[in-house]
Structure formats: structure tokens, C-alpha cells
Design a binder for this molecule. Sequence first.
Ligand code: ADP
Ligand code: ZN
Ligand code: ZN
Length: 748
Amino acid sequence: MQKQQAVKVLIDGAAGDLAFTYLVPEGVEALPGQRVRVPLRQRSALGTVTGLEWIDPAEAGYRLKPILGTVAGEPFLTPGLMKLAAWIAEFYLTPVEAVIRSMLPKPSRGEEEKRKTAKCVEAAVPPDADLLASFGARQARQREALELLAARGPLDLREMTGELGVPRSALKALEARGLVRVVERVVSRDPLSEVDYVESSPLALNEEQSAVLERIADASRRAEAGESARPVLLFGVTGSGKTEVYLQAIQRVVEAGKGAIVLVPEIALTPQTADRFKQRFAKIKDRVAILHSGLSEGERHDEWRKVLDQKARIVIGARSAIFSPVENLGLIVVDEEHENSYKQDTAPRYQARDIAVVRGWIEGCPVVLGSATPSLESWNNAATGKYELTTMLRRVDDRKLPLIRVVDMREEGRKSQSGPTILSTKLRTAMERRLADGGQTILFLNRRGFARNILCPECGYVATCRHCSTTLTLHRQDDRLVCHICGFSQLPPRQCPECSSRSIVNAGYGTERVEEVLRQVFPGAKISRVDTDTMRRKGQLRSTLDAFRARKIDILLGTQMIAKGLDFPNVTLVGVLNADVGLHIPDIRAGERTFQLLAQVAGRAGRGELEGEVVVQTYTPHHPAIQFARHHDFEGFAGQELELRRRFAHPPFAHLALVTSRSTHLERAEFSLKTLHARLKRHLPEGITLTEPLPSPLVKSHDQWRFQIVLKSTGARRLAAHLRETMKSLTFPDDVVVTVDIDPYSMA
Ligand code: ADP
Ligand code: ZN
Ligand code: ZN
């Protein structure tokens, strides 16, 4: 018998990374990285081709079956991505097949695709001048609606009657006369295709910017010559013009016929960021793909497809965009590289910034990590020479960094008679000044909702979630108590469920409450609130930010949604309402996060011609994170913080692995982890330490009890290997899930 073409296929969802061999029928082409449908027992399954082989079916020892078909004519994963998948699987202790699946947008995996439809309004006859002239004065709204359709083409019904303000009655009248039609349509799949971008030209760089651009070009030349280039860490203060440097570096890459990937944190992937890229590359707008979670599955698939076909050569996206199938990659940029959102908190628990470095190394392409507050991991890598450090310490046009005033809220609290003080005298005065002189204010508070929790002063009762060990937050608009962990909600009690006291109170405050206070204190001001509660509708964030830019809003209040990446020249005041949120949590990065947040928020002030001012309200004014931030002293903060971390052998001087067990059954969750702990300890390799099994800080979440062990070592691979070996020999009860998180960001 003759040898036949066969493929090794990694089946989706199969435990233990099992690969099966299948024959490839005559006339079908299957390559590594290709998605295929194969017979598996009595059913069919999806999988990915990992390798090719020639095989003699007679010698196989079992009956070989042919694949049923391929998902598309070509492989979805480049050879580079296949290598990357293997790397991630090993480093993060995740099955390769799960890594591969997470690299592909859902519809592209070959699974069923959902298409969203919406009601659209379209003109039934071309609305020409004669027709428009036939409307009388009393039908002006009808004429306007037709003009709108003539100018912009078919429109979403909700948008027309909503934002565009066309009365329903006018549409009804037009429909009755047969002039417009309302039809069900597949939702537009290129969300930005209708927007016309005005091309922006490259700016003349200042000295610091030119120097950095040259260093990046050097790295490209070295990569081109096959030499290994170190990742470039760009430490540039807010407003130093980092984005402009990225844009020009990308332009060079594209002109050289190569592709680029730019990662931005999801939260910073605002319409404004996307626009800057679309504008610069307006001439080749179709070559820019934007991937973010606001897209529908279909839209995401289309953007991704443009990349796969190499039509789009510049990809801007959040975390998972690092897996974009860009061929002949010339540059990877990770903007705001310190951002925690680069770490994925579900399996595979990868850190996209680290993956960017690995991908750059696999593909031989330069990697630029940029930030005004680099992560201590990257800062340390620059100190040891693993990364190349470049700096931009001056703001464009030598604009000054804003003056930061720290307000001690303990003092304010003593002055005030009732409830928590939300606005200090200093902040209120500064805001009044802006309202008088036309300057704009951004207020920042990292907590949504109305009250942090509600409690009974008589007996100490606090409303908690019945599914999680956490308190419930009052959302007054919906009049619900909401769990921010699992989304559970209930009506707020009117009296204490424990002691029936009626003096139940709201403690702490969130953005919703602040908005109410602002409306009382500044009755004439135009105020807008930005958080996940108010920005549920698509396009709402964009229109709010546009209105703020157009100065139709005086005070913009929001959560971290407005802390990053926004650039409004007329903002001269930024207020941080409670800088302590996040400081007092059991997390080794608490100080680092607080410093980063203050530096980023402060960077929103004084980006135009006018000088900026920042008011930071805090209960711990002497905390190093707050003091260093006040002096804009990242290097001072990083130096002191690294010294502490070194002393305690915390990251970046060691790697951690967080092992968590969870189950609805408390004893089984605890017992499973204790068993694992005993095994891990029995053959503990040198250089690894581990904690006793303990309840997780969030001991109950989504009805599941959680326990944890933390392992520590200077070698991440050593940790992973020990865990892999130990867990291989153990089976846990069906209702217990054990997860491993290498280099965890959240210990909760
Ligand atoms: P960063 O990303 O470092 O915070 P940006 O790239 O957003 O800084 O730049 C801040 C502002 O300065 C932007 O409005 C940008 O258009 C402008 N800018 C950047 N580089 C220059 C330059 N060389 N000349 C003039 N303006 C510049
Ligand atoms: Zn009570
Ligand atoms: Zn809950």
C-alpha cells in the first residue's frame, strides 16, 4: 500500500492536548494552522492542524479516517503564531488547544456565527430637490428627515429617533406616503466605514522624539539584518508625544511593506485613540483594523478577516490583538505598557505585554513598550539591560506638568458636620474658578454606583451579596443593591433586616452620588457622568467625549473610563476624589497602581496652551505613592518601591504562581487544595517556596468557595514544571475546579 497524505489534528476542548491523525482526501489542501472538521467517535468535532505527515494506512494499526473538511481555504494561524501558542501553553500551564482557540475570534473558529440585525430607515425614492421643495413649512421635520437620508444614506431607526432627534410622527407620515421604508438589516459591520477621516500629517518631531524614532529605526535595521534586537522601553511623561512617535514609526514600517500591531489597554481604546490612527492613515484607511470589545462578533470577525487576508496591515487593538495574523511583522507597540488590563484573568492567563516581547522575538521584529509610568517589571528589565531604555522627559512645547495639590481629607472631615465630605473646599473653589473662566474640569472616582455599601449604625449590619463574600453597592437610579462581582441585585431594605432599625445609612460614595452632589453645588453647570452604568448604549461614549471636546460640558465625572489616553486641550483642572481607593487592599502592587493612576489622571490636565492644576483628595497624604506622584517623580518612586520588593523577594525579583481551588462545596474545595499542597510540598524542588493553603481574600464568589496557595520562585519555568508534574498525578472531584495563574495580578 502507498503512503498517503495525513494531518495531525488537535481537537478543540480535548483534555491533555491529544492530537489525532486523519487522512486528507484527494484534492483537499490542509496546512499547519488550518481549522478542520473531523469525525470523532459518532460525532464531528473542530480542531487545528498542527503538522503534516505521510502515512501508510495499513501500518497505522487502526482505521484512519479522513477529515470532513476545512473551515476555510487557508490556515488561520501563521507558523509564528503556532510557535507562540506552544510557548504560551507551556509557560502558563494551559492546553495548547485552548490557547489556539483564544487566538481566534469566535466566528473564525468555525463555530456558528450570530448576525445582529436592526431596524433601518431608507429612502424609498431618491429625495431630489423637487420632492424636498414640495414640503410645506408645517412638514419641515419630514423634509429634514429626508435630507438626512439623502446626505447619509440608510440610518438606524433608533439613532434617527434618538440622537438625531427626528420625531417618530414625521417618519410615520413619510412611511405612509411611501417615501421611506423601514427594513430589517444586518448591522453595519465596519463600524467606522461611514466616518470620513480628515488626513493628519506627521508633525515635526522635537529632539527627544526624533532620538527615540531613530532608536526604533535602529532596532528595525538590526532585526532586518537578523540580529536580535532588545525590546525598547519608552519612558515618556504624559503629553511628551509618544503617540506621535508610534505613528511615525508605523508609517516607516508600512512604507517598507511590513505590518504593525499596536496594543492599547481596552479602557484607553476610546474612539479618540482609534481616530488618531485612522486620521493619520486616512489615505489607506482600509488598511487599518481596529479590534475592541465594543464590536459585535460579526464586526470583529470582519476586521480580523481583513488582517488575515493581509488587506489591513496595521492593527490597533486591546490585549488579544497580539494574536492578529499579521504576516511580515515590522513593529509591535504596547502603549501604556504598565496597564493591568494586559493581563487576562481567565485561561489562558497570559500577560499580553510579555507575549508581545515573545512574539517579537519569534518573528524577529522590534517591540516598543511605552508608558509614562512603566511597570516595575519593565523598569527593572531596563535597569538590568534586558530592555533598551529611551526617555522623553519633556512635554511637547515644554508645557509644564500640572501643579498637584494634595488635600488631607481627615482635616476636611473634622470641619464637616454631616456625612462624608465629597468635595473639599479647595477642590470646590478651583471648580468654581473654572466655571467662571470657561475652563473645563475632569473629576475622577474609581467607584461607580451611589453608595459603597449600606449599613445599620445600630447593630452593624452591612448588606452583602448572598453569592459572594462582598458588600452590595447601592445604585439609586434603578433603586437596586448591586454586586459588582457577580451582578446579583436586590431591592434595598427600608429597615435593618437584623434589628429592624429604620436608621439604615449609605456609607461611602460612588459616581452616582457625586453627580447628585455636583448638581446641588453647581446648579448652573453642565455635568456629564461616564461609567459603565451610563455608557451602556453603543456610541454613547463617543458622543459624550465629542460634546466635552466641543465644550458643551463643563464637568466630566467618571471612573477609570476617563483616566487614560484622553486629550482635551481645554481641561485645566483634574480632581481625584478619593486617591486611597485601591491603596488599602492586600496586593503587592497597590502602591504602584495608585502612583500610576495619579500620574495618568494628572496627565489629563493642562494639555493645551493653558496651565493645568490637579487636586488630589486623600486620607493618607504621606503615603509614598501619593508624595512621589505629587512631585511627578516616577524614578524616585520606582527606586524606592523596587528596593522594597527586592528585600521581600517580591516580583519582579521572583515569579509567583497562584493556585486556586473552587467549588460550591466548601469542604471539597478546601480538601482538594490541601491534598495538592501536600503533594507539592513532598517533592519540592530547591528554589521554590509555598504558602499554606488558605481561604482566598474573596472567599466566596458566584456561589463558589475559594481557597488558595501561592508558590514563589526566581524561575517561572521551574514553577510551571513542578506544578504540571504534580497536577498530572492528581484527579480532583468533578465539582472542584483548580486553576493556576502564573505571574498573577490579582490575588483575590
Ligand atoms: P503622549 O502619548 O505622550 O501622552 P501625545 O502623543 O498624545 O502624547 O501628544 C500630546 C499632544 O501633543 C497631542 O495633541 C499631539 O498632537 C501633540 N504633539 C505631539 N508631538 C508633537 C510635535 N512634535 N509638535 C507639536 N505637537 C505635538
Ligand atoms: Zn440593625
Ligand atoms: Zn455577588
